[in-house]
Design a binder for this molecule. Structure first.
Ligand code: WQD
Length: 337
């Protein structure tokens, strides 16, 4: 049985990936500092798979703690989710983001080098493309300076990993997510932002719940079919499946380069209004909204060409937007809020 370390494994995409890894037969170790996740997700994962992952509350900025972990566990592969991810906060506190996201990454990579863990998957983001000139976006699309320090930590992270795997002859895959949405079918785990949600769908579900009074739509004067911005919304369960397939590719040594990049998206662009209407139709709930000025740093449109992941990882999205809207709502209703 292969041992996989999942950093940030109690977070949104991390927890769904832990479930998928366990169900694929991997032994999973979680490191999480609980700065943007909840300890009860550990027992929720266990309740879904009936397998309790090993969990350590470690801050990855503490190199000594990271080394102690690697000294006492034989780790075959690492999936690295742990990072701060609030775009707006990163603009206000850039050093907090560079220190946390990059020092944490480097401590994990250093430990992998010191303790012979050979396979690494990096949670990256379509934000590295900035506002791409052409749609759909493919992996050869030229990168631009991301709109935020958060996005820059993803771009710099990829560059750090590239230099690391070339120097150490290890193997890595960077998965560039578009917009993750949805929740586990059980409704037990899902996206649980702390405070006021930055992202669209959790704001929609909290509005549906009455926690938020009204959804603000940031800009309806974009050059799109209804004036609101376009994104590619990809179900979190499909993302989890892609991580398992990517790790298997590395373990089977099928990778064709020391660092490979794959876009993970649905391939379809949806406007903000189309997402609101999709949620309303999927759940039979009216969402009150009002138009607001554009949000600083937002791009107009992004949607993925995922053909490389389809061909190389044998992966494709299988979850409909309607299902993602239903599972998001089911999770919100089951969450003690
Ligand atoms: C989507 C659209 C908003 C909230 C960011 C990161 C990306 C990833 C996902 C972490 C935009 C609009 C939103 C609201 C709105 N990060 N919106 N009202 O900004 O595309 O991507 O989060 O995993 O790396 O860049 O996602 O959900 O914030 O916004 O109108 O209350 O919804 O303007 O057009 P974004 P988002």
């Amino acid at each position: 049985m292969k041992n996989i370390l999942v950093t940030g494994g109690l977070g949104y995409i991390g927890s769904h990936t832990v479930v998928a890894l366990q169900q694929a037969g991997f032994q999973v170790y979680i490191i999480d500092d609980l700065s943007n996740s909840h300890l009860n997700v550990w027992e929720k994962i266990t309740s879904i798979t009936n397998i309790q992952p090993v969990f350590y509350n470690i801050d990855l900025k503490d190199a000594n703690a990271v080394n102690v972990f690697f000294q006492s566990h034989e780790i075959d592969g690492v999936i690295h989710f742990a990072a701060y991810k609030a775009v707006g906060e990163s603009v206000e506190k850039p050093l907090l983001y560079y220190r946390n996201n990059l020092l944490g990454l480097m401590n994990v990579l250093q430990a992998m080098d010191d303790y012979a863990a050979d396979h690494f998957i990096f949670s990256s983001s379509c934000t590295v493309y900035g506002q791409a000139d052409e749609m759909p976006i493919h992996e050869q699309t030229p990168l631009k300076k991301p709109e935020s320090p958060y996005g820059n930590t993803k771009k710099m992270g990829e560059e750090i990993i590239e230099d690391f795997v070339k120097a150490t002859q290890k193997n890595a895959i960077a998965l560039r997510y578009f917009n993750p949405v949805g929740a586990h079918a059980s409704g037990v785990i899902g996206e649980l932002p702390s405070g006021i949600p930055n992202n669209l769908v959790p704001y929609v579900t909290q509005t549906a719940m009455g926690i938020r009074e009204c959804l603000g739509i940031f800009g309806n004067d974009y050059d799109t079919r209804d004036g609101t911005a376009i994104r590619d919304y990809i179900d979190v369960n499909d993302l989890a499946d892609a991580h398992v397939k990517a790790m298997q590719r590395l373990l089977d040594k099928k990778n064709q380069a020391h660092l490979e990049f794959f876009n993970l998206g649905s391939g379809t662009g949806s406007t903000v209004l189309e997402i609101v209407h999709a949620f309303e139709q999927a759940n039979g709930i009216k969402i009150p909204y009002e138009m607001k000025p554009r949000r600083a740093g937002d791009i107009v449109q992004a949607f993925a060409d995922y053909s490389l992941a389809k061909n190389q990882l044998n992966w494709q999205p299988t979850t409909s937007l309607q299902t993602s809207m239903q599972t998001s709502w089911k999770f919100q209703q089951q969450t003690e809020k």
